[in-house]
Design a protein around this ligand. Structure first.
Ligand SMILES: [Zn+2]
Length: 194
């Protein structure tokens, strides 16, 4: 496994969705990533306060009618357990398993009545790039379709149980003219969406 990009049917819709998403502005973390899905991870780790802070992840959710785009970003050390290039098959398998889980979207819960299903999911870490040195991040892109979006009133993130090193997720959502932020912790894993 050269690249641990787990793609569950990447579609044009995902690309289009992401394009709109990434151009929606600044979600409070102005890091200099280029999220062009594995072609060029030009990370800069000195992107100001709150950049790659261990224990802190960032999440952005963009709702456009039935389409929900989710972006999650966290230090690799918090979700994989290390940030160096895998030293052996065991570490490589461990990283791969974590990325597979993150790409599955199973950790993201919407109200059942909203009838949301995952359309595509990718997860990648720049620690799998042999040239990468020092810190590494995990990036996750998920795309859901919710058949009954009016019931999409909240979202629950189930990551803290699995990843105890993760202390906080700064979440941000946008839906039409509504937008808000939420600070998620092991004690507060649900945020409301209007
Ligand atoms: Zn780090």
């Amino acid at each position: 496994m050269k690249k641990a990009v787990v793609a569950l049917g990447v579609s044009g819709a995902l690309v289009a969705g992401w394009y709109a998403f990434s151009h929606f502005g600044h979600f409070g973390h102005d890091h200099a990533h280029s999220h062009d899905h594995g072609h060029n991870h030009s990370h800069s780790h000195d992107h100001g306060a709150g950049g790659h802070a261990h224990g802190v992840g960032q999440m952005s959710l963009f709702v456009d009618n039935t389409d929900v785009s989710l972006f999650f970003h966290a230090p690799a050390g918090d979700v994989i357990g290390f940030e160096h290039y895998p030293r052996d098959e065991e570490e490589r398998a461990h990283a791969g398993a974590a990325l597979t889980f993150l790409a599955s979207g199973e950790w993201m819960q919407f109200p059942q009545r909203a009838e949301c299903t995952l359309q595509s999911g990718t997860a990648d870490s720049d620690q799998l790039d042999e040239a990468n040195e020092g810190h590494a991040d995990v990036t996750v892109d998920l795309m859901f379709t919710c058949e009954r979006p009016r019931h999409l009133t909240q979202a629950t993130v189930q990551l803290f149980e699995t990843y105890s090193a993760l202390e906080r997720i700064d979440a941000h959502w946008i839906r039409g003219n509504n937008t808000d932020t939420a600070e998620l912790t092991p004690a507060i894993t649900t945020f409301r969406i209007r």
